[in-house]
Design a protein around this ligand. Structure first.
Ligand code: PLP
Length: 406
C-alpha cells in the first residue's frame, strides 16, 4: 500500500514551516525535495569514503569509483536500458541535450537540414538546436499542440521530411503536464530513418520508463527532479548513435593517450565525460533512483494520477481560474492564471504567505507560453509526497487570491 504519510516522513524538509505555515511544496516541476537516504548517503560519502574516481590505486579512490560506476547500472535499470555502458553521466538534461547537439548533430547537419521540435519544449530542448540554426543554417520545424494541450504524434511524424535529421520532443510538458506518446513518434520516425531525442526530465519522474518500448535514440534525465541532488543527471544513448559521436568536452578521463602531436580517446561512455565528475552527486542520484524503484514507479504514477483527479475536481468550482492544458492522461502539473488584474507573480507571492510554494513565470518554455497567449502563469506541480490536504490548501489560498484581486 502507498502510505503517503510514511513517505512524507522520509523527507526532512517537509516538516518545516514557511512564513509561519506548514510547507506545502508544489514546485516539484522545478526541483524535487530529497529523502533522508539521499542526504545521508551523500554525507557518508564525504565523511568516510570520498576521493577522486578512476585515478587512484588507493583504497578510497577504489571505493568511490566502485560506487560511482555502480550508478550507471542503477540508471540503466531505472530506464529499462539494455546496457549500463550506454549511460553517459551529465550535470542534468541541459548538458545531455547540449552533448547531443555538439557531438552528434553538429558534425552531420548541413544548411537546410531540419530538426523537428514541438512547441511544448523546455528551453533546454530548444536553445541547443538554435545554436545549429545560427551557426549552420539548420531549420527548426515546429509542431503545434492541439487546443487541449495534447501533442498529436501523427503531426510530429508528418512534419518529418527528406531533410529531417532529428526529432527532439519532450515526454511530458513541464508547463501543462501534457503527456506525449513518444513511442508512437519513435515508430513513425524510425520508419523514415530519423533518430529521436526524448527529453525525459519530467516524464521519468512521474511514471515508469521502458526505453525498449519507447524506441528512441537519446533519452535525457536530470537528477534533481528525480529526488536526487542538483548537478546530477544522465543521458542514455544507443550504441549505434554513440559510435557516430565525436567527443564533446576535452580533458582528463575522456582520453586514452595524449601526446604533443596527437590524442586518442577513451571508449564510450567515458569518451563523453571529461574532467572530475560530480562524484557524490551521481552517487546521490543512484540512491534516489533506488528509492523510487523501491516505492515502485507504477505506484508513484497511480498516486499522482489520484492527486491530478482530485485537484481537477476541486478546480472545477473555481470559474475564475484559467487552467492551461486539459489533455486526457496528463500529469499532475497545473498552470493557471486568475481572471482579473493579478499577475502570476502576485498570485505566487500570496500563496507563499500561506506556505504554498509554486512557480510563476514562463517556466523556461517561452514558445509554449506565447502559443497559450500568456506572458506568465503560476504552476503547481505535484510530487510523490503530496496529499489531498495540500490540494485543499492550494485551493484555499487561491480563493484568498481571488478575493484580494477580484
Ligand atoms: N526539460 C524539461 C521538460 C524540464 O522541465 C527541465 C527543467 O525544468 C529541463 C529540461 C532542464 O533540466 P535541467 O535544468 O535540470 O538541466
Amino acid at each position: 500500500m502507498y502510505d503517503v504519510e510514511r513517505i512524507r516522513s522520509d523527507f526532512p524538509i517537509l516538516a518545516r514551516e514557511v512564513n509561519g505555515k506548514p510547507l506545502v511544496y508544489l514546485d516539484n516541476g522545478a526541483s524535487a525535495q530529497k529523502p533522508r537516504v539521499v542526504i545521508d548517503a551523500m554525507t557518508r560519502m564525504y565523511e568516510d569514503e570520498y576521493a577522486n574516481v578512476h585515478r587512484g590505486l588507493h583504497y578510497l579512490s577504489n571505493i568511490a569509483t566502485e560506487k560511482y560506476e555502480a550508478v550507471r547500472g542503477i540508471v540503466a535499470r531505472f530506464l529499462g536500458a539494455p546496457d549500463a555502458q550506454e549511460i553517459v553521466f551529465t550535470t542534468g538534461t541541459t548538458e545531455g541535450i547540449n552533448l547531443v547537439s555538439y557531438a552528434w548533430a553538429a558534425p552531420r547537419m548541413q544548411a537546410g537540414d531540419e530538426i523537428v521540435l514541438s512547441v511544448l519544449e523546455h528551453h533546454a530542448n530548444i536553445v541547443p538546436w538554435h545554436f545549429l540554426r545560427e551557426r549552420q543554417g539548420v531549420v527548426l520545424k515546429w509542431v503545434e499542440p492541439e487546443p487541449d494541450g495534447a501533442l498529436d504524434p501523427e503531426k510530429v511524424i508528418d512534419a518529418i521530411g527528406p531533410r529531417t535529421k532529428l526529432v527532439a520532443v519532450t515526454q511530458m510538458s513541464n508547463v501543462t503536464g501534457t503527456l506525449v506518446d513518444v513511442a508512437a513518434i519513435c515508430r513513425g520516425a524510425k520508419a523514415r530513418g530519423v533518430p529521436v531525442l526524448v527529453d525525459g526530465s519530467q516524464g521519468a519522474v512521474h511514471r515508469p520508463v521502458n526505453l525498449a518500448e519507447i524506441g528512441c535514440d537519446f533519452y535525457a534525465i536530470t537528477g534533481h527532479k528525480l529526488y536526487g541532488p542538483s548537478g546530477s543527471g544522465a543521458i542514455w544513448i544507443s550504441k549505434a548513435r554513440m559510435a557516430e559521436m565525436r567527443p564533446f568536452l576535452g580533458g582528463g578521463d575522456m582520453i586514452r593517450e595524449v601526446g604533443r602531436d596527437a590524442v586518442t580517446y577513451n571508449v564510450p561512455p567515458m569518451k563523453f565525460e571529461a574532467g572530475t565528475p560530480g562524484i557524490v552527486q551521481q552517487i546521490g542520484m543512484g540512491v534516489a533512483l533506488e528509492y523510487l524503484m523501491a516505492l515502485g514507479m507504477e505506484n508513484v504514477a497511480a498516486h499522482e494520477a489520484d492527486l491530478r483527479d482530485y485537484a481537477t475536481e476541486r478546480f472545477k468550482g473555481l470559474n475564475w481560474l484559467n487552467l492551461q492544458g486539459r489533455a486526457p492522461g496528463k500529469g499532475a502539473i497545473f498552470s493557471f492564471t486568475l481572471q482579473g488584474p493579478a499577475h502570476a507573480h502576485d498570485i505566487s507571492t500570496v500563496l507563499d504567505k500561506k506556505g504554498v510554494a509554486v512557480r510563476a513565470g514562463t517556466h523556461c518554455a517561452m514558445p509554449l507560453l506565447d502559443h497559450l497567449g500568456e506572458t506568465a502563469t503560476c504552476r503547481a506541480s505535484f510530487g510523490l509526497y503530496n496529499t489531498h490536504a495540500e490540494v485543499d490548501k492550494l485551493v484555499e489560498a487561491l480563493e484568498l487570491c481571488h478575493e484580494l484581486f477580484a
